[in-house]
Design a protein around this ligand. Sequence first.
Ligand SMILES: Cc1cc2nc3c(=O)[nH]c(=O)nc-3n(C[C@H](O)[C@H](O)[C@H](O)COP(=O)(O)OP(=O)(O)OC[C@H]3O[C@@H](n4cnc5c(N)ncnc54)[C@H](O)[C@@H]3O)c2cc1C
Length: 325
Amino acid sequence: MKSLRIGIIGAGLAGISAARALASRAHTVTLFDKSRGSGGRMSSKRTEAGELDMGAQYFTARDPRFRRELQRWLDAGWAAEWTPSLYRYDEQGLTASPDEQRRYVGVPRMTGLSRQLLEGLTFNSGVRITDLQRDDEALWHLQDEHDRRYGPFDRILLAVPAPQAVTLLHDAPSLAQAAAQVRVAPCWTLALSFAEPLAIDMDACFVRTGPLDWISRHLSKPQRFGADSWIIQSNAAWAAQHENADPAFVRETLTGAFAEVVDTPLPAPSQSLVHRWLYARSVSPCDWGALAAPDLGLYVCGDWCLSGRIEGAWLSGLQAADSVV
Ligand SMILES: Cc1cc2nc3c(=O)[nH]c(=O)nc-3n(C[C@H](O)[C@H](O)[C@H](O)COP(=O)(O)OP(=O)(O)OC[C@H]3O[C@@H](n4cnc5c(N)ncnc54)[C@H](O)[C@@H]3O)c2cc1C
């Protein structure tokens, strides 16, 4: 097959996975992302208290293809196993909840992994694509929010959350319809940092009552440094109910819920950050792996085409790359 020029919108793990698979087959790949960095929902935020994982907290690996890829990341030192002392909090209170699940994180932060994986690929960051246009020769051109144009491309691969894909799929109504059916839940994340470490044994906790879903201690992950920071994430129902809430209210409510879980009066944090993920988790992924309109040269992938998790994003990217070629 001749070498194709392929434009990929979205440099989260799905887009990066597709890009690497296509580049390894000698196609010319150009990635675009509206954010300044890569990794999408698997990214970390640089703060005075360290680089904090505000989105995905860890990943698991079940599929043999993803396990082989993970082994490469482990060997290269881009990922490491995380073995937190795990708890569960529900109506009965806080209990230790060890399990057999193997958990992995990017090192020295989640974004570290996507940065390494992008090495050698052409990546345009800070470019929000607002339109895809096909010319008379069936070649694609991309337009960004400042009316700049990019292309031509033989194929386009969309690797963005389902609601963001819908707006770009006007030329492929059946794909737009499939994407529109995926429900995506929001999430509020609060990061609290303390000058003195909190006297708490727990590294991470699944919360099953109240507004929270998850708590983790930044320093319990491998190769993390800085202050004693805690990542506190709301559950989807609470976030949906308070989608447009004032961040000060969110900070106060989630801090109170955290204090209740750890049953400890909290000192004043040295830093607190609130972040809203509007499209955090796909609650009804479509399970097709990837979507394709081959007659148009248009392909779609993302976590929402599989499990709604990091592993699903990676595998979806691979499947989309296979469909392209
Ligand atoms: C709070 C939170 C906690 C999570 N916890 C876990 C967890 O513990 N384990 C797990 O496995 N998964 C977790 N997830 C889910 C995991 O992060 C995602 O499944 C995975 O990162 C999705 O990858 P993706 O490439 O499909 O999408 P994304 O990572 O969302 O990448 C899409 C990219 O497209 C870009 N983009 C969107 N629109 C445009 C546009 N118009 N132009 C240019 N760029 C655009 C975005 O900026 C983004 O970088 C969590 C997610 C969140 C938000």
